[in-house]
Design a protein around this ligand. Structure first.
Ligand code: B1M
Length: 212
């Protein structure tokens, strides 16, 4: 299935949505693990990121690639979702105020859902007030904040500060390309994850710590 996985990466790079959809369907129908399909998607998007950074492509090309990736992710989601028991814990997740990037956050949400958590996804450009209101409404055990821009890292810091001031008891997990373990500690987050798979482990670790 290697050529088909490469074909999928190429379709993402070129933003060919229909091709990406078809390749994803074929890979899943052939029984390829969704995690492997996800790696092919990420490889395509990494290349898009590199070319965007080098000014070889611009926002419109990035957007069509992002849409193609989202189409494939929509097909992967039901396959990843466990058909197990009722979720015991809720995770509220969103991209911080001022930031419109959601592909990584969606991947994290998908993987966390697949690990049998209830996920409340608030989307992008989420204000601290909206995060806090959702935490109260859903009695979440964990909140996940995503940021992709260095310019929205202060919004992440502010969101953590306001969550603490609100007195809501919740574990805060942060992530996103510019976020580091050191920054997470600096802003008083409880946890940090560099990628979607680690975010699942981190959410579990934070919940186990609450229970202990
Ligand atoms: Co944007 N953009 N973008 N962009 N964009 C970046 C982030 C950038 C690094 C590109 C570059 O210059 N190399 C750069 C930021 C530079 C910086 O801050 N230092 C940048 C810029 C500058 C901008 C604009 C300002 C461009 C402009 O308008 N001139 C603008 C800002 C808009 C805004 O947000 N206000 C902008 C716009 C866009 C698009 C709308 C075109 C599009 C977003 C589409 C969408 O998300 N729906 C876009 C994209 C796609 C990118 C790149 C190319 C790809 C991001 C991505 O989806 N990666 C990106 C370059 C890059 O990262 N290589 C770039 C794939 C994704 C799977 O990875 O999101 O890192 P990632 O998520 C990972 C981990 O980070 C982690 O797990 C994920 C999966 O493993 N993770 C978490 C993420 N969230 C987590 C949360 C967790 C835990 C882990 O816990 C809660």
């Amino acid at each position: 299935m290697e050529p088909k996985l490469n074909e999928l990466s190429e379709a993402i790079k070129a933003g060919r949505r229909k091709e990406a959809k078809l390749a994803t369907e074929e890979l899943l129908a052939a029984g390829v693990a969704p995690e492997e399909v996800m790696s092919a998607l990420s490889a395509g998007m990494d290349d898009v990121g590199r070319r965007f950074k080098a000014n070889e492509i611009f926002v419109p090309e990035v957007l069509v690639a992002a849409r193609a990736m989202q189409t494939s992710m929509n097909l992967l989601e039901p396959v990843l979702l466990s058909v197990g028991s009722e979720p015991e814990h809720t995770v509220v997740i969103g991209t911080v105020e001022g930031d419109l990037h959601d592909i990584g956050k969606n991947l994290v949400a998908m993987m966390v859902k697949a690990a049998n958590f209830k996920v409340v996804d608030l989307g992008t450009n989420v204000s601290p007030d909206a995060f806090i209101a959702a935490l109260r409404e859903h009695r979440a055990a964990v909140i996940g904040l995503s940021a992709l821009l260095t310019t929205t890292m202060p919004a992440m810091r502010r969101t953590v500060e306001l969550i603490r001031e609100s007195g809501v008891a919740v574990k805060v997990m942060v992530g996103g390309a510019p976020i580091t373990q050191q920054f997470a500690q600096e802003i008083g987050a409880d946890g940090y994850a560099p990628d979607a798979a680690s975010a699942v482990d981190e959410a579990k670790r934070l919940i186990a710590r609450t229970a202990a």
